[in-house]
Design a protein around this ligand. Sequence first.
Ligand SMILES: Cc1ncc(COP(=O)(O)O)c(C=O)c1O
Length: 354
Amino acid sequence: MNAPVRLRPEIAALPPYRQGKQASPDAFKLSSNENPFEPLPAVVEALHGALHVNRYPDASAAELRGVLAARFGVEIDEVHVGAGSVSILSQLLLAVAQPGDEVVYAWRSFEAYPGLVTVAGANSAQVPLDTDGRHDLQTMAKAVTDRTRAVIVCSPNNPTGEIVTTAEFEAFMSAVPETVLVILDEAYAEFVTDEAAVDGQSLTERHPNLVILRTFSKAYGLAGLRVGYAVGPAYVLDAARSTAIPLSVTEPGLRAAVVSLEHEDELLERVGRITMLRDQVRQALVDQGWKVPRAFGNFVWLPTGEHTAHAAEVFARHGLVVRAFAPEGIRVSIGESSSVDKLLAAAQELVRSI
Ligand SMILES: Cc1ncc(COP(=O)(O)O)c(C=O)c1O
């Protein structure tokens, strides 16, 4: 088609967003790291009570921010709520980066990072993961230049599943100038079972340049309602708030998040079931002969390399929709327990041919 509108060239060059394939009714959707459990009855009830959709939501998200501030032991202005943590990440990048600036992050990591950096007008400086799928924080610190405005650290890393340790993160924070914003993306924090892992909650108010990102999409099972939050210095979060599209967090989302925190024990019991299944799946894959990185999110990573497209087809034949990142590997979410036999059968078939 004739395309007369003058687009920003770097935006026109971005691959258009395509959501992970929708699963056919009889397939398991293990491609978006979603929570397989249905919402809690209390959440469904709260949603019914939040249906005054002729009114705008509370733009300040005061109730949810108040609850989160109390949990983290911070002031309410040190908490920010967004329509998913990914939108807060976008706001933070818009707040710090101008054309010509750089944002450092590990690669491969969360697939949204490159696009969000480009949209903010900045350039990506990607630092390869090490051979175990872990962040190489020493090299990342060295990649910081005068042009660097932000560094994103993802722990556990999507898609490899490995964590950054507290010791590694502390060393990294002391090596990075305080003028550079560090964003610790902890979307999968609740699934972490390694005590050595960095925990943003213990770091808030210790660094004037650190913001942690968390979400209700994964452990709390509210992906469809789009609620995430940030904890960090008020002056940084005020800047993020200034770039935000007002009123984009909805009242049902806010209500569901507050009620989820009130019923956290039930949700964390589910998280425990998912992490147990994850550990069993990873061990079974290792036993099959796969070199699977340690998995601390709600997913496992299969390094299928040049066979990635073929591997995704094999999974599809077994009734599983997975996320393929050719030519590196396949990320498989830990979903319904009834999907595990199919997952292991597909992996067993593949390990013989790869
Ligand atoms: C590392 C990471 N950060 C952020 C997000 C986005 O989460 P949200 O649904 O809160 O926008 C995801 C979702 O897959 C993720 O994997």
